[in-house]
Design a protein around this ligand. Structure first.
Ligand code: SF4
Length: 384
């Protein structure tokens, strides 16, 4: 697992200078001066160092070779994966990696606030004002390379930012014209037709909204998200969005509270929301609130793989595009395998000791690191 943030070892930024700065990284000492002056140069032993960069990021020791008076930050070896065109934030004695050019799993956290309180939330909401996250995101978008293929936007609940979210989407449309964007939201804000219209008016070239629906039973959905009335708002939101031709993906996290209703939910989607663009059937991540609610949530995927297979078949029979995310390949039946996606983000992806001998490891998404740490299925069976 990659370390995405941590304390810096040393910096020559003046004491009391707590201002956070974002840098796009470079390993090329021969960039034109105007570009150098906007970038941070990655210094490691042996590479050529030239002057004129806005900042220098140095691994472990400060080489004598740095230009005089150059601003620098020394970081530990856990950040050796930093590369060209990555984007980092430095401030308050810490460094955070915000974007990795070599990864297809980049996402931007817009807020830690949420109006749901899901039993299995992987990013537990905080009741703190965090407008700096949006400010940082607006700056970050301008530093992300234009050739980026995909980008996630997540929270908390991004729609709580209202017009701030709309502004960010517009900026993303303008600065990243080749990038597909996947926005995660509980969808409740789109029950407000005016907000749905503002969202649609962004006219983004490639934007998908991922909205969770956990059950066709409103009471059960509201229980899972711990918010009364959420189901009605979410469904009205989806209907408003589809009326405006917006792309919507329904996301279902499968656990002890939802697996028995999977088939009924598929039927509900087919009868009432046939026009959605995608249904993602997702395994549970053992992090955040899930760890506190393990007894209420954890079920071995081996126990619901029959249900999962039937759900995939039903959705496909109705012509709905479906995918199975976040599951070990040996725990899905052949009917679900055709929709199987190796989906776990690279920086938190792990394999179990049993996987060493598996002939299909390359096709398998494996586990979340937290799953390996806190317990996983007893039915892992390596392919011969
Ligand atoms: S044994 Fe491991 S690598 Fe093979 S399918 Fe199962 S989880 Fe995946």
């Amino acid at each position: 697992m990659l370390t995405l943030s941590g304390a810096v070892l040393a910096t020559n930024a003046s004491k009391g200078d707590t201002k956070r700065q974002l840098f796009s990284l470079s390993t090329n000492p021969n960039l034109p001066s105007p570009i150098k002056s906007q970038k941070a140069f990655l210094v490691s032993s042996g590479n050529e160092v030239s002057d004129g960069f806005r900042h220098y990021i140095v691994f472990n020791v400060k080489p004598e070779r740095l230009p005089n008076e150059a601003p620098y930050t020394i970081v530990g070896d856990e950040f050796r994966y930093f590369g060209d065109k990555d984007v980092v934030a430095i401030g308050n004695g810490r460094i955070r990696c915000l974007y990795r050019a070599s990864s297809s799993h980049n996402s931007i956290l817009l807020t830690e606030q949420c109006n749901n309180y899901c039993l299995m939330c992987s990013q537990p909401p905080k009741r703190v004002s965090d407008p700096w996250l949006l400010e940082e995101a607006l700056e970050l978008i301008r530093l992300i390379p234009r050739e980026t293929q995909s980008l996630g936007i997540t929270g908390g609940e991004p729609t709580l930012l209202g017009d701030g979210l709309i502004e960010l989407l517009r900026l993303t449309r303008n600065w990243l014209p080749h990038t597909s964007v996947h926005l995660l939201s509980n969808g409740r804000a789109f029950a407000d037709a005016q907000f749905a219209k503002k969202y649609a008016a962004v006219s983004h070239h490639d934007l998908m909204l991922g909205i969770p629906v956990y059950s066709c039973d409103p009471t059960r959905h509201d229980y899972v998200v711990q918010a009364r009335g959420a189901f009605d708002e979410t469904i009205r939101g989806i209907l408003n969005l589809k009326q405006l031709n917006q792309r919507v993906e329904i996301r279902v996290v499968i656990h002890k509270q939802t697996y028995q209703g999977l088939l009924d939910l598929a039927e509900f989607i087919a009868r009432n929301l046939l026009f959605v663009d995608h249904v993602a059937l997702m395994g549970l991540e053992t992090t955040g609130f899930t760890r506190a609610n393990m007894d209420a949530l954890w079920i071995d995927p081996a126990e619901y793989k029959g249900e999962l297979g039937k759900t995939v078949r039903k959705l496909r029979n109705y012509g709905i595009r479906a995918s199975v995310y976040n599951h070990p390949l040996c725990l899905v039946n052949s009917d679900a395998e055709q929709c199987y996606v190796k989906s776990i983000s690279d920086w938190k992806n792990e394999y179990a000791p049993e996987c060493t001998m598996c002939s299909r490891r390359n096709e398998c998404g494996g586990f979340f690191l937290s799953g390996i740490q806190y317990g996983y299925s007893k039915h892992i069976t390596p392919f011969p």
